[in-house]
Write a protein that binds this ligand. Structure first.
Ligand SMILES: Nc1ncnc2c1ncn2[C@@H]1O[C@H](COP(=O)(O)OP(=O)(O)OP(=O)(O)O)[C@@H](O)[C@H]1O
Ligand SMILES: [Mg+2]
Length: 272
């Protein structure tokens, strides 16, 4: 009797040990994130977040609060499902696309459940990597040219649940790459592969490059940034029409004025 129970006990311990060595299969995405290919990316030097990443560097500011409002409007639309693949663009350069894309993406990733993948689709003057504290490295360009697989290029950022695909090395044919069927395929692939993530694309200006209008066809929604006193009203109207009115999920009026600054101080006092 004693021998049998000893044998049973031994068997129980062996089984327990075996199942410790082979834990339950984990979903594909988590396996990928732990794969050496992604872990190798933290070897990139982290130089610190840009101070323009206000949702991290100034979380109590009114700007950061505005991004939380934008996040809420995107994640909880009045009608239908929230758009999962969102492009940020503007009519002209320098209107704040990267500023909005980065802060919006981080704001979503700071939520309890949401995972975000940011993609720098500005192959001409990429800067998303700087906002997140990295030097330029391989990314979308290398993927579109078939030189690398996606998991090799994704950067796990210093913000939990936020990964980044940089633009990559300088490309001499950015329009062709972004308007290619490979790019269409890329968007389809990331949407399927990372089906629990929001995907935020930082794009080029729609009035001076061809690619933003093409990309708009492949995303679920577009956030259009208008810098105060930059794009004339008529240009904004035309840009929105070209992108497709039905794709516009929000217009961000980006501006900076003394009165706005004063209100920011008031805001901090009032809410803290
Ligand atoms: N609301 C803001 N508050 C403070 N700085 C801002 C704001 N919006 C934009 N900026 C700054 O203005 C500059 C241009 O912004 P940004 O790079 O985001 O524009 P962009 O539209 O992405 O430009 P590009 O067309 O060159 O990609 C940057 O230095 C950015 O940090
Ligand atoms: Mg930019």
């Amino acid at each position: 009797m004693g021998k049998i129970s000893d044998a049973l006990e031994r068997r129980r311990k062996e089984t327990a040990l075996k199942s410790e060595k082979h834990p339950l299969a984990v979903p594909e995405r988590i396996v990928e994130e732990r794969s050496p290919k992604i872990i190798s990316k933290p070897l990139l030097d982290f130089t610190g977040f840009s101070h323009k990443l206000v949702v991290v560097t100034a979380p109590d500011s009114m700007d950061a609060e505005n991004f939380k409002v934008l996040r809420g409007q995107i994640l909880f639309p009045q009608k239908g499902e929230p758009p999962r693949c969102i492009m940020v663009t503007s009519a002209f350069p320098g209107e704040g696309k990267t500023y909005v894309a980065a802060n919006l993406a981080v704001s979503i990733a700071l939520g309890i459940n949401e995972h975000v993948l940011m993609v720098d689709c500005d192959l001409r003057r990429p800067s998303l990597h700087k906002m997140l504290g990295y030097k330029r490295a391989e990314g979308l360009r290398e993927y579109l040219r078939g030189e690398r697989d996606l998991p090799e290029l994704l950067v796990k950022t210093k913000i939990d649940k936020l990964s980044l695909l940089m633009a990559g090395k300088p490309a001499h044919n950015p329009s062709e790459l972004l308007a290619s069927s490979a790019m269409r395929e890329f968007i389809r692939e990331v949407k399927n592969r990372y089906d629990d993530r929001y995907i935020i694309l930082d794009a080029t200006p729609s009035q001076v490059t061809a690619e933003a209008n093409v990309l708009a066809h492949n995303v679920d929604g577009v956030v259009f940034v208008v810098m105060n006193q930059k794009a004339p009203r008529e240009t904004v109207r035309r840009s929105i029409e070209n992108l497709g009115k039905n794709k516009i999920i929000g217009i961000v009026f980006n501006g900076y004025s003394k009165s706005y600054k004063a209100y920011d101080k008031y805001y901090k006092r009032y809410y803290k």
